[in-house]
Design a protein around this ligand. Structure first.
Ligand code: TYD
Length: 203
């Protein structure tokens, strides 16, 4: 089974991914946790170019291709072999991130973005996607509380993050069977409860 997590900055994806991994392991599943962008040697190089080289003037189309390139290798070399081995794979961000950040956020032609994002999955569509939904202000407040360096996306203005939040909601309404909206304004344990109860109904 292939599970993905999506959401704006500060929505708590990485915490929820870890808690879900523990839960599924306690139920006897073999679980691999991964994230995008940045898996493997090539992924790390790509991640560095897109997110860390802040002085680079990257065209939005270049950014789109780089995120997609990262994903193709990740799917081919990491995700697919594990799924074929019977494992559950949980991925923190996947092709919905490309559709929402490069399509709705960078405002590239949505049709082109969707075509490329879909191609980058090598036809591997998640069985379920949890969208952690919360107000942008709350997400950015949580980011501020963290003692981490920010990346190029975190530093975008409030309006950009609003486009991302709305883009996710639009995509969720287009894909109600796959994308489950989770209210992420609550404490981590309460958020996880919503996720586990949905997971139970899926399993
Ligand atoms: P990261 O540091 O991994 O943090 P987080 O996932 O917790 O936000 O940041 C990855 C950034 O890259 C994030 O701002 C979303 C963005 N992104 C895209 O713009 N397009 C994509 O296809 C992916 C996978 C990520």
């Amino acid at each position: 089974m292939f599970i993905t997590f999506e959401g704006i900055e500060g929505s708590g994806k990485s915490t929820q991914c870890k808690l879900l991994k523990e839960y599924l392991e306690s139920r006897g599943h073999n679980v691999s946790l991964t994230r995008e962008p940045g898996w493997g040697t090539m992924g790390k190089l790509i991640r560095h170019i897109i997110l860390e080289e802040k002085e680079l003037d990257i065209h939005p189309l270049t950014e789109l291709y780089l995120f997609c390139a990262d994903r193709v290798q990740h799917v081919k070399d990491f995700i697919t072999p594990r799924l074929e081995n019977g494992e559950v794979v949980i991925c923190d961000r996947y092709f919905d991130s490309t559709i929402v950040y490069q399509g709705y956020g960078r405002q590239l032609d949505l049709y082109t973005v969707k075509k490329l994002a879909e191609a980058s999955t090598l036809d591997l569509v998640p069985d379920v996607t949890f969208l952690l939904n919360l107000p942008v202000r709350e997400g950015l407040r949580r980011l501020d509380l963290r003692d981490e360096t920010t990346n190029r996306m975190d530093e975008e203005p409030m309006e950009f993050h609003e486009l991302i939040r709305q883009g996710y909601i639009s995509e969720a309404t287009l894909n109600t069977n796959r994308i489950k909206i989770i209210n992420a304004s609550h404490e981590a344990d309460d958020v996880q409860k919503q996720i586990r109860s949905l997971m139970d109904s899926i399993l």
